[in-house]
Write a protein that binds this ligand. Structure first.
Ligand SMILES: Cc1ncc(COP(=O)(O)O)c(C=O)c1O
Length: 461
């Protein structure tokens, strides 16, 4: 293929993607404007081929990473001892935070054989991934029934001599609340247990809104007991993907993050992160975009985002069929429709080219629709609200019944048949997902896991 054909083909690949540039996607993508995107691209391409594996060969990348960390340290109220690493994403930051806590415990208590971390039920899935990868048992604790916040009171009874880490969110992805960081920090400090605040989605917008004068809840290193924070620049920092910060209160904690191997025969192997070779693109882009936007403009964007999110909450919440689930003051929204088939509503919104993710019911929390509000919604949120209201009327008219099947007795041997019945074929999903979503929600957990594994296998062929 020649260059023109390649470009043509790349554009064609995109034809079924969600048109995120128009603000129709309420997750996954954070888009500020074309100019910022260009700066990110330019810096990324400039350092595409450099390798983040070795700061002695590419001191440019080290300098840009350190400068970016200094900027973030201020935002997170770290003192001069706070140290950070630019990772490839929120998940890598979390994986490393858990590995670091485990290795610290191993170093301090060489006889310890079992490792546990206490996480609220609203913690991001990346903590379960970390638990699985690093042999740390996740002890999941309930959040407060009304506020959906993790509290010290609910965490305290689960602390024991195996506990290597306590984690909480600022904000939690699903419901947008900031856990009670202050009281949990105090508890962690009294028990001398590291405490990680997952600010992957929340820390940047909270910190920059605070710069703009908003009073936000406590969440950072100014709180006693907080030993590490994850904060993604590729979310509300509007940097290209591959940029998250993992920051520790001091080197005393971070030293357990490093991986060094001198048992092999090749080059000196000393890594801060999980990957070894990695493109320098995201590092250069994060440096460039954070400098291009700067603290002042970031604070304006954060305040505007929160204002728009509150307006969406207000207007949606005023509709008689809509119930807003929690009462956070920030940029994430979860809403439900007690009398309307929410699975069908999600499909109806998708058919109108809006992508707002469905979140399954959990304990007393009903199935709901999640919205991450960001700058690409500033100009179109009214159109979204209008479509939600129209979609509700359409779903009412269609009167699609809820799935009425007993799925509790199914076994893995039934999987191929179940997939067929749900309309999943050859790794393709049907346009209407209502039945599949209800099945995923109702199936026993091992079965829904097996179903998803099966589906992923089919999809990547
Ligand atoms: C609270 C929270 N933690 C962690 C992550 C994981 O981030 P990433 O997708 O960059 O790995 C997310 C992503 O939305 C998040 O909202």
């Amino acid at each position: 293929m020649d260059k023109d054909q390649i470009i043509e083909q790349l554009k064609k690949f995109r034809k079924n993607d969600i048109p995120w540039r128009d603000g129709r996607l309420f997750s996954y993508v954070y888009f500020l404007d074309k100019e910022t995107e260009e700066i990110g691209k330019l810096a990324y391409m400039e350092y595409l081929t450099e390798n983040g594996i070795d700061a002695t060969a590419f001191s440019s990348l080290k300098s840009m990473e350190n400068e970016t960390m200094h900027f973030c340290r201020q935002l997170l109220h770290g003192d001069e001892n706070a140290v950070g690493t630019l990772t490839t994403g929120g998940t890598e930051s979390i994986l490393l935070a858990v590995k670091t806590a485990r290795d610290r415990a191993k170093a301090l208590n060489p006889d310890q054989e079992e490792f546990e971390m206490i996480v609220p039920e609203t913690i991001h899935a990346a903590f379960y991934k970390a638990a699985h990868y690093f042999g740390v048992k996740a002890i999941t604790v309930k959040v407060d029934d009304n506020s959906y916040k993790a509290t010290a009171e609910l965490i305290a009874p689960h602390i024991n001599s195996n506990t290597v880490l306590i984690a909480a969110s600022a904000m939690s992805y699903a419901y947008g609340v900031v856990d009670e960081i202050k009281t949990i920090g105090k508890l962690a400090s009294q028990k001398n247990i590291p405490f990680h605040v997952d600010g992957c989605i929340g820390a940047f917008i909270l910190a920059t809104a605070r710069v703009g004068g908003m009073k936000v809840e406590d969440f950072d290193f100014s709180i006693e007991g907080v030993t590490s924070i994850s904060m993604d620049l590729h979310k509300y920092g509007y940097c290209p993907k591959g940029a998250s910060v993992l920051m520790f209160k001091s080197d005393e904690y971070r030293k357990y993050q490093m991986f060094v191997c001198n048992d092999w025969t090749g080059y000196t192997f000393a890594n801060t992160g999980i990957l070894s070779s990695k493109t320098g693109g995201p590092i250069a882009a994060a440096w460039a975009v954070t400098n291009y936007i700067g603290e002042k403009r970031y604070s304006e964007i954060a305040l505007k985002t929160i204002e728009v999110a509150q307006e969406i909450r207000k207007q949606l919440g005023a509709h008689p069929e809509i119930e807003i689930l929690t009462d956070p003051n920030y940029s994430l929204i979860a809403f439900t429709t007690p009398n309307i088939n929410i699975y069908a509503l999600s499909d109806e919104l998708k058919s109108r080219k809006w992508f707002a993710g469905l979140q399954f019911k959990h304990r007393h929390i009903p199935t709901n629709i999640h919205l991450t509000v960001a700058a690409h919604h500033f100009n179109n949120y009214q159109a979204f609200i209008k479509d939600v209201f129209e979609a509700i009327e359409t779903v009412k008219k269609k009167n699609i019944p809820l799935l009425d099947m007993d799925l509790s007795q199914l076994t893995p041997a039934d999987l191929p048949q179940v997939l067929g019945q749900l309309g999943v074929g050859e790794g393709e999903l049907p346009a209407e997902m209502a039945t599949i979503n209800q099945a995923l929600e109702q199936l026993p957990k091992p079965m829904s896991k097996a179903l998803l594994v099966n589906f992923m296998q089919e999809m990547y062929k």
